[in-house]
Design a protein around this ligand. Structure first.
Ligand SMILES: Nc1ncnc2c1ncn2[C@@H]1O[C@H](COP(=O)(O)OP(=O)(O)O)[C@@H](O)[C@H]1O
Ligand SMILES: [Mg+2]
Length: 152
């Protein structure tokens, strides 16, 4: 499925509708965001955070790798307890994500994990992840949901 957005604001609204179509399962819900720098991955993650009631400013976790937002005091949107926003851009191997507790994160169905740059850690992406790809066409962004990446 493909969608287009003309502005960052529109992309955030798309993120809101997308997340409304998901719900917690038996493991963490994982959304992977692929695309070059500036393609809109972080903007999309901000849209997810907004619709889930996160009031903190969501900034790119490029330098800290991972940021966790508590959703328990938020209005009941979605049903997850935590939003975990990860940017694997600076990681050199999936091992670096494993030492951050990746397995435990995945095992907890209360986690909604949004992962930028999944290509950096491709070998530890479980089947069943929601794979989104962002392509730039001038000021437009083309979002492809569940393309070929992450399929096993
Ligand atoms: N249609 C659009 N959708 C999303 N972002 C857009 C769009 N047009 C321009 N932009 C700009 O592109 C940039 C996207 O940045 P960001 O979301 O941080 O990307 P990434 O995380 O993929 O590197 C922002 O500066 C945003 O203002
Ligand atoms: Mg980013």
């Amino acid at each position: 499925m493909q969608m287009r957005s003309q502005t960052g604001e529109e992309l955030q609204s798309l993120a809101g509708s997308f997340i409304a179509s998901l719900m917690p399962g038996t493991q963490a819900t994982l959304i992977t965001l692929s695309g070059e720098l500036g393609a809109g991955k972080t903007t999309f993650a901000q849209g997810i955070a907004r619709v889930l009631g996160v009031t903190e400013t969501v900034t790119s976790p490029t330098f800290v790798i991972e940021k966790v937002y508590d959703l328990r005091d938020s209005p009941p949107a979605g049903g997850w307890e935590r939003l975990v926003h990860i940017d694997a851009y600076r990681l050199n191997s999936s091992h670096e994500l494993e030492v951050l507790g990746w397995k435990e994160l995945l095992a907890d169905e209360q986690n909604l994990i949004v992962l930028e740059w999944p290509e950096r850690v491709a070998d530890i992406i479980p089947p069943g992840a929601h794979a989104l790809r962002f392509d730039i066409e001038n000021e437009e962004r083309i979002i492809t949901i569940n393309g070929q990446e992450n399929r096993q």
